[in-house]
Design a protein around this ligand. Structure first.
Ligand SMILES: *Cc1c(COP(=O)(O)O)cnc(C)c1O
Length: 500
C-alpha cells in the first residue's frame, strides 16, 4: 500500500511528507478506536450479557479473502469490529459472573494502551529500562499489599497457569537441590523420587504445571478435602507421614468453585516439618490479604515458599497478567534464568525479567499493574475486595430466600454456588439446575456458568468486577429468580429439558 499510495500521491511526494501522512493516519486511527472503545465500555451495563453469535457465523464473518495486497488500516479495523462484536460476551461488564473474569479499572486499561503504543520488549533492562524499573516497583508494592516478605522474587507472567508453572519450577529446583540433585543440569531421569501433595479440589492448572515440569501426575498424593473444598490438615499429616524424600505441598487460597481457603498456617507447619516446599495457588483468593476485613481467612499465608496469583482477576487489570512470587529468589532464578551472548545482563535497573520468567520476549505488563495499584491505592484494592464479597453474600442471601433455590457452599469470599433442586430427585435436580443456567444465559441480564460440585450439577457465580454495584445484584437476583420460577414445577421438567 505504501508504495502504491506514494504513486497515487504523485511525484510531488517526498519521503518526509509520506511519514507525516502515515503519522496523521495513525493519529486518526487511534482516535477512532478510542471513541469506539469508549462507546463500547459506556454501553456495557445495558447490553445483554451474552454473545449474539458463535461458531460458524463468526468463522464466516472473519473468513474474508486473504487480500493479495494491503488494505487501509481504518477499513481493516472497521471490518474487525464488525466481525468480532457479535461474538463478544461483554464479560468486562458489571453482571458477568462466569469463570473468574475481572473487569478493568480505567487507569489500567489506558496504561495497557500505552504499553502497546510504546511496544517495549520487557525481556531485559537493556531492551527497556522503564519496563524493568516498573516491574521492580510493582514487586515491592505487591509484597507490601499482600503482606509478603520484602525479599520475595517476582515474575510477571500471563496468568495463574504460568505462575503455578514458574513457582513449581522453583520448588522442583529447591527440593531436589536439598538432596544434592541438580535438576537444571541432570533433569529428572534418575533423580530422587519427588512427591507432590495436592488437595482433592486443586485447580486443573496445578496438574498441567506438574505435567509440563516432567514431574507427572503419578507423583501426586491427593489429600482429602472438607465439604467446602479445604485440605484437611489431619489427612495431610497422614499423607506426609508416609513419605520420604523431596516433597512439594500445593495449597490453595480461593477454591475455584466455592472460594474456600485452605488452613494455611497448619499446612505451613506440616510442610516445613518434613523439609518440604509449600506452594500457594491464590489466583484470586490471595487478594483477600489486601483487605483488613478478609485477611484473617488467609492467616499464615506469608509462610508459604511460593505464591501464584493473577492481576487480570481481582485486581481488574486487562488480560493477560499474573504473578509468580517466591520466598527463595535463588531457587526462582536458578529455575528460570537463561542467557545468550547477544543478551546483555546486569544493567543498573537491577532486574532482568528473563531471570524470573519462562518467556524471553514479552509484553511490558508492569505498566498496567503499576497504574492499577497507583490509581486504586491500598484502600481502593481493599474496597474492591470487600465490595465483591459483600455482593456475593447479598446475592446468596436473596436467592436462598426464594423457593426452589439452594446455596450449596459457604460464601467466604466472592464465589456463590447454587442449585435448583427438585425435592428427593437428584437426577431431576441436575436437569433443572442445567436448565436454569441455560435460561439465565439466554435471558442475558447476567451471566453465570455451570460446574460439578460434590458430584452434582451446580451453578457458579464469581464476582470480581470493580464496576459491579448493588443495582446489578438486585437485577441479577430478579433474573435468576425468574428463570428458576419458570422451571420450578417438577411436572414441567421433561418439557423444559427438551426445549433447552
Ligand atoms: C483462574 C485460576 C487459575 C488459572 O489462572 P489463569 O489466569 O486462568 O491462568 C489457577 N488457579 C486458580 C485457583 C484459579 O482460580
Amino acid at each position: 500500500m505504501r508504495g502504491g499510495e506514494l504513486e497515487r500521491q504523485g511525484a510531488a511526494s517526498t519521503w518526509s511528507g509520506w511519514v507525516d501522512a502515515v503519522s496523521e493516519e495513525l493519529r486518526a486511527l487511534l482516535h477512532a478506536v478510542a471513541d469506539r472503545v469508549a462507546d463500547y465500555r459506556s454501553g456495557l451495563g445495558d447490553r445483554p450479557v451474552r454473545a449474539e453469535q458463535s461458531g460458524a457465523a463468526l468463522l464466516a464473518a472473519f473468513d474474508l479473502p486473504l487480500p493479495d495486497g494491503p488494505l487501509a488500516p481504518a477499513q481493516v479495523i472497521a471490518e474487525l469490529a464488525a466481525a468480532a462484536e457479535p461474538g463478544l460476551v461483554h464479560s468486562a461488564g458489571p453482571r458477568f459472573f462466569g469463570f473468574v473474569v475481572g473487569g478493568t479499572v480505567p487507569a489500567a486499561l489506558a496504561a495497557d494502551w500505552l504499553t502497546s503504543g510504546w511496544d517495549q520488549n520487557a525481556v531485559l533492562a537493556a531492551a527497556s529500562p522503564a519496563a524493568a524499573a516498573v516491574e521492580e516497583v510493582v514487586r515491592r508494592w505487591l509484597l507490601d499489599l499482600l503482606l509478603l516478605p520484602a525479599h520475595c522474587s517476582l515474575g510477571l507472567v500471563t496468568g495463574g497457569q504460568l505462575a503455578n508453572l514458574t513457582c513449581l519450577a522453583a520448588a522442583r529446583h529447591a527440593v531436589l537441590d536439598r538432596v544434592g540433585w541438580d535438576v537444571e543440569r541432570d533433569g529428572l531421569v534418575g533423580a530422587p523420587a519427588l512427591r507432590v501433595c495436592v488437595g482433592a479440589d486443586r485447580h486443573a492448572s496445578i496438574l498441567r504445571a506438574l505435567r509440563l515440569l516432567g514431574i507427572g501426575t503419578a507423583a501426586i498424593a491427593t489429600v482429602p478435602t472438607d465439604g467446602q473444598g479445604r485440605i484437611r490438615p489431619a489427612e495431610l499429616a497422614a499423607v506426609l507421614a508416609g513419605m520420604t524424600g523431596p516433597v512439594i505441598v500445593c495449597a490453595q487460597a480461593g477454591e475455584v468453585n466455592s472460594g474456600a481457603v485452605d488452613p494455611l498456617g497448619e499446612i505451613a507447619d506440616l510442610t516445613h516439618a518434613v523439609g518440604g516446599w509449600l506452594h500457594l495457588d491464590g489466583a484470586f483468593g490471595l487478594w483477600a490479604a489486601a483487605s483488613p476485613s478478609y485477611r484473617g481467612l488467609l492467616a499464615g499465608h506469608e509462610r508459604a515458599d511460593s505464591w501464584a496469583t493473577d492481576a487480570h482477576k481481582w485486581l481488574n487489570v486487562p488480560f493477560d497478567c499474573g504473578f509468580a512470587l517466591t520466598a527463595h529468589p535463588a531457587a526462582h532464578r536458578a529455575a528460570m534464568s537463561t542467557t545468550a551472548d547477544y543478551l546483555p545482563a546486569g544493567t543498573d535497573s537491577g532486574r532482568d525479567a528473563v531471570d524470573w520468567n519462562p518467556e524471553m520476549s514479552r509484553r511490558a505488563r508492569g505498566f498496567a499493574v503499576w497504574a492499577a495499584l497507583r490509581s486504586l491505592g491500598r484502600a481502593g484494592v481493599a474496597d474492591l475486595v470487600d465490595r465483591c464479597c459483600t455482593w456475593a453474600r447479598l446475592l446468596a442471601a436473596e436467592l436462598a430466600a426464594l423457593p426452589g433455590v439452594e446455596v450449596c457452599a459457604e460464601v467466604t469470599l466472592n464465589q456463590v454456588l447454587l442449585r435448583f433442586p427438585v425435592a428427593g430427585d437428584p437426577a431431576a435436580s441436575d436437569a433443572r439446575t442445567r436448565a436454569v443456567i441455560d435460561a439465565v444465559q439466554r435471558d442475558g441480564t447476567c451471566w453465570l456458568g455451570g460446574t460439578t460440585w460434590r458430584g452434582r450439577v451446580t451453578a457458579r457465580v464469581s464476582i470480581v468486577n470493580a464496576e459491579t454495584g448493588r443495582a446489578d445484584i438486585e437485577r441479577s437476583v430478579a433474573a435468576i429468580g425468574r428463570c428458576a420460577a419458570q422451571s420450578h414445577h417438577p411436572v414441567c421438567m421433561p418439557m423444559h429439558t427438551d426445549a433447552y
